[in-house]
Design a protein around this ligand. Structure first.
Ligand code: DP6
Length: 366
């Protein structure tokens, strides 16, 4: 287990003037939800997610050592350009600036370079799918590639855990996007190696029922999130049910350890749907209070319950902090569930849009 101070480099043994790296990092969908945090992006409760396969951010990091004789030296602080889908994107810059400030102590070389961050998503920007997890993970991987050039001795384990550690400082859930297929984050007594500081690959047996598990994302509301997750996490401070909720997340993590081993999908569904509804219940019972579902979210949930009852097909839903619905099901019922989605659920999606995804492997260098 690494501590935060292990990630502060002592000295670099190599140098590099310029170059570039490129990484793709996937989004992830939480089964036990991270909701509520302490200072320094420490989660109030443990969480576990499926890493996705198709919804990704691809980020190229160009870097050039600042030179006293060039105009690059005029910037004393961080110096970077940001391109989104090939075009400058000023409104993403404050988030990157904040990220750089938070990680500087762990990446002391940052101010020595000018960076060009060129990023794009494989999913539509206006889909209502948060890109902060995949985006921050892709950026963290790139910075780790640069650190590895400066410090070639580091182990693979250090490389990935520090990448996850850095990604967490950008966006909590991003620390679960570095690795696949099932990633746990947050101290949990029964999960060996688990940490509040970074995500770890789930270290126990996973039944083959979960192999290629499918996630079809129904785009109910493609607009801006009504409440940012930062505001949502904050509402867990002084929330009347917070302590019980945090305890419940620990209980659900333990239940999932057994469920992943046995492959019991009925039990899986109970935990996953309850987690999604609890997340929304927390938002309904905070002050101020919010309803993040839309009428079509409820239509979809009811249709899934009816279909499951009638067919005994183990399909279930989970939700992020928004109105879109993730429909989760095993690979061997894909055909029937996709037919059901087309026949009965797409009518509840904006422009009949949905995204087919499945469990995946984590970040890759391109
Ligand atoms: C509902 O990771 O987006 O998706 O740390 O403030 O960036 P910040 O929050 P974020 O929160 C994600 C919340 C969630 C549940 C989850 O992914 O576990």
């Amino acid at each position: 287990m690494f501590t935060a101070t292990d990630f502060i480099p002592k000295k670099y043994t190599s140098t590099i003037e310029n170059g570039n790296f490129e990484w793709s990092a996937p989004s992830n969908i939480a089964l036990v939800k991270y909701w509520g945090k302490k200072e320094h992006q420490i989660p109030a409760n443990p969480s576990v997610s499926f890493t996705l396969n198709n919804c990704k951010t691809i980020t190229k990091l160009g870097f050039e050592k600042k030179d006293a004789s060039t105009s690059l030296s005029v910037t004393n602080g961080f110096s970077f350009d940001l391109l989104f889908e090939g075009k400058p994107k000023e409104d993403f810059k404050p988030k990157i600036q904040k990220f750089l400030e938070r990680v500087e102590v762990y990446l002391p070389f940052l101010k020595e370079y000018h960076f060009t961050i060129d990023t794009q998503n494989t999913f539509p920007h206006s889909s209502g799918i948060a890109s902060s997890a995949s985006g921050m993970a892709a950026l963290a991987m790139n910075f780790m590639s640069l650190e590895k050039v400066l410090n070639p001795e580091m182990t693979d384990q250090y490389f990935y855990q520090k990448a996850s550690f850095l990604a967490r400082l950008g966006s909590g859930s991003a620390c679960r996007s570095v690795k696949g297929n099932v990633v746990a984050w947050g101290n949990q007594a029964n999960i060996e190696g688990s940490s509040d500081l970074y995500g770890v690959e789930f270290p126990y047996a996973i039944h083959e029922n979960f192999k290629n598990y499918q996630d079809t994302i129904l785009l109910v509301d493609k607009g801006e999130k009504q409440v940012s997750s930062t505001v949502g996490h904050d509402l867990m401070h002084n929330h009347p049910y917070a302590e019980r909720r945090f305890a419940q997340a620990h209980e659900n993590m333990d239940q999932l350890i057994a469920i992943f081993e046995s492959g019991n999908l009925d039990e899986f569904i109970k935990v996953v749907e309850s987690e999604a509804l609890t997340l929304h219940a927390m938002m309904m019972t905070s002050m101020p209070y919010f309803i993040l579902m839309k009428p079509n979210t409820l239509q979809i949930i009811n249709a899934i319950w009816k279909f499951r009852n009638e067919t005994q097909i183990p399909v279930c839903f989970t939700l992020d902090a928004g109105a879109n619905v993730h429909v989760l099901y095993p690979e061997n019922v894909s055909e029937k569930v996709l037919q059901f989605i087309q026949d009965e659920l797409v009518v509840f999606c904006q422009n009949r849009q949905y995204i087919c995804d499945k469990i995946g492997d984590g970040a890759i260098a391109l």
